[in-house]
Design a binder for this molecule. Structure first.
Ligand code: GNR
Ligand code: NI
Length: 183
C-alpha cells in the first residue's frame, strides 16, 4: 500500500471524465483501491475518487465511520446513480482537492447506487443521509465536476485563489533539501 499525492485545483486533470474499468476487478485494481483508501485515511477524508490521485478511472473509495467507530471501508467500481426523489437538501461540503474550502451544496436526498464491489460482485443500494451526499460528490469527480462548480462563479474563483495562495506559501516555507547540511 502507498500514500499517493492528492491533486488540487486548478490541476486540469480534475476536469477529466474518468473511464469505466474494463475487465472486472483485478488484483491490480484492488491495489489501486488499497492505495486510494490509505491516501484517504491519511488525508484524512471520508471519500476519494481515483482521479484525485491522477488515475482517470471510475473508482471510488469511502469510509463514513465516525471517530472511535470500527473502520468501514467501501469500494465502488463503475458506479451508476439514479436520484430517487426531487427532495433536495443542502450540506456543507469540503473536498481534499479544494483544501480548507467549505460551502453548502444542494443535492437530492436519496438515490440508488449500482456498482461492483472490492470482490467484483454487482451490488445495488439505496443511499440516504451522508452516504447520499458523499456518493454524489464522488460521482461528480468521475465527470470532472468539483463541489465548487455548484457554487457561484465568484465563490468558485475565490476558492481556487485561496488554494493557489496556500500552495505558494507552502512552497516558500518548505525547508531546503538536505544537501545544504551535508558537511
Ligand atoms: O472528506 C471529505 N468530506 C466531505 C464532506 C462533505 C461532503 C463531501 C465530502 S467528500 C471529502 C473527500 C473528497 O474530496 N472526496 O472527493
Ligand atoms: Ni472531493
Amino acid at each position: 500500500m502507498a500514500i499517493r499525492e492528492i491533486l488540487t485545483v486548478p490541476d486540469p486533470r480534475l476536469k477529466e471524465v474518468s473511464k469505466p474499468v474494463e475487465g472486472g476487478v483485478t488484483d491490480e485494481l484492488r491495489q489501486l483501491m488499497d492505495d486510494m483508501l490509505e491516501t484517504m485515511y491519511d488525508a484524512p477524508g471520508i471519500g476519494l475518487a481515483a482521479i484525485q490521485i491522477g488515475e482517470p478511472l471510475r473508482v471510488i473509495v469511502m469510509d463514513l465511520a465516525g471517530e472511535g467507530e470500527e473502520p468501514n471501508p467501501r469500494y465502488f467500481v463503475n458506479p451508476e446513480i439514479l436520484p430517487l426523489t426531487e427532495d433536495m437538501a443542502p450540506y456543507e461540503e469540503g473536498c481534499l482537492s479544494v483544501p480548507d474550502v467549505f460551502d453548502e451544496v444542494d443535492r437530492p436526498t436519496r438515490c440508488r447506487v449500482k456498482y461492483l464491489d472490492y470482490d467484483g460482485n454487482e451490488r445495488e443500494e439505496i443511499a440516504e443521509g451522508m452516504f447520499a451526499v458523499c456518493i454524489q460528490h464522488e460521482m461528480d469527480h468521475l465527470e470532472g465536476i468539483l463541489f465548487i462548480d455548484h457554487l457561484s462563479r465568484l465563490k468558485r474563483q475565490r476558492a481556487v485563489d485561496k488554494v493557489k495562495k496556500a500552495l505558494r506559501f507552502k512552497a516558500k516555507s518548505k525547508p531546503r533539501p538536505a544537501a545544504a547540511t551535508v558537511a
